[in-house]
Design a binder for this molecule. Sequence first.
Ligand SMILES: [Fe+2]
Ligand SMILES: [Fe+2]
Length: 156
Amino acid sequence: MKEHEEAHFRELSRDLAEDIRVRRMSQYIQHGSTTTYDHVLRVARTAYRLNHILHLKADDHSLIRASILHDYYLYDWHQRGDRLHGYHHARIAADNALRDFAISPAEQAMIRSHMWPLNLFSIPLSRGGWLLTIADKIASAQETVMDRIRPSANPC
Ligand SMILES: [Fe+2]
Ligand SMILES: [Fe+2]
């Protein structure tokens, strides 16, 4: 990311990234050894970069807010034994984000549709929604690959 974009990203993400409720996501594992907190920040950064690289002109602030809150369900889904978590966590995250941060209808819609096409009938309807959905897939793939190639702490 260019220096001015990095500064802009940090400025727009600071409020949520430093919020104690958002930081609770660092207690939960998303994929492999990546916490949900690290995952949502990776998604926010990826969505922001795509928005600029592709000149899509989605609203940066809304895009970053929705990205940081897109997995704000606040539990470790691995320990719930919930095989349908992938289908309904977007709704839970949107409801929690509305309760705690009074997010806008556009931000709610972005969060609710981020699992498309798994949630086939919850299709993204905005540029921001598409950016978040794609950035989430890219970040998840990166985290899965990084985990596979990361040397084990205990090689024996
Ligand atoms: Fe998700
Ligand atoms: Fe995600």
